[in-house]
Ligand binder design. Structure first.
Ligand code: 4AZ
Length: 248
């Protein structure tokens, strides 16, 4: 995350840190046994070795473990969207079925809880402020990830605005949405992929976006691009067996 601030895990208790030997991507806990993330995190697609994947919840710091707050999981299943396109990142969404050593999903604590999925047919109005979070780079020229959890606010752009020449013209599909800060000072960056873009409504947090791609980080006229979670209610319900109307 470029800009924004360091936050304790309790500010984003649904964020997941996905490891494949080393840190790989962010994700979001949408149900005790399910993490939603980006498909492009798994270069080998469904050939990815599940045994090498580990998911941590309740983690404020990638490098140091915090045994009192952390929960660790192995991955039982990796489900990459069947229409994910590695060439343009269309349908950049994937699900991980997680379980601990007792075969159970996440336990709700102060540092671990689920995020709500947006109800069917909800649309965020252009200009609303959302928050993004992750353990990724603090600027594009960094050599390493932040390691500590950061959060920042960004505003939703209209697709027309995001498709102008200076932005992404032909690169955007209807399954993507753009967000940036008006002064281009905050953005998601490398290592934040798969992580959450959330919007607060009626005191609840809804997962509207999954960090997907962008040209550089916090560069002028190059917004961050997020997978539109509302386009995948049916897919998520079908793959997980969860109700489309997640009550949190
Ligand atoms: C990446 O490389 C990446 N500024 C993620 C998000 C953005 C750019 C790059 C958005 O994972």
């Amino acid at each position: 995350i470029v800009g924004g601030s360091f936050v304790p895990i309790e500010s984003q208790p649904w964020i997941a840190a996905i490891f494949q030997t080393s840190f790989l991507c962010g994700g979001s806990l949408i149900a005790p046994g399910w993490v939603l993330t980006a498909a492009h995190c798994f270069l080998d697609g469904n050939q990815t070795s599940l045994r090498r994947l580990k998911v941590y919840l309740g983690k404020s710091d990638i490098k140091n473990s915090d045994r009192d707050r952390e929960q660790t999981f192995s991955v039982e299943k990796l489900i990459i969207h069947q229409k994910y396109s590695p060439s343009n990142y269309d349908n950049d969404i994937a699900l991980l079925k997680i379980s601990n050593t007792n075969g159970q999903g996440a336990l709700k604590t102060a540092s671990v809880r689920t995020v709500c999925l947006p109800p069917l047919n909800t649309y965020l109005p252009v200009g609303v402020t959302c928050s993004i979070a992750g353990y990724g780079k603090e600027n594009s020229s960094s050599w390493s990830y932040s390691n500590r959890l950061k959060q920042a606010t960004v505003r939703l752009l209209s697709s027309t605005n995001c498709k102008v020449e200076e932005s992404y013209k032909a690169l955007l599909t209807d399954n993507m949405m753009c967000a940036a800060s008006p002064d281009w000072s905050t953005d998601s960056c490398k290592g934040d992929s798969g992580g959450p873009l959330v919007y607060q409504a009626s005191g609840r947090m809804f997962l509207f976006g999954v960090v997907s791609w962008g040209e550089g980080c916090a560069s002028e006229n190059k917004p961050g691009v997020y997978t539109k979670v509302t386009h995948y209610n049916d897919w998520i319900a079908d793959k997980t067996g969860l109700s489309e109307y997640t009550k949190g």
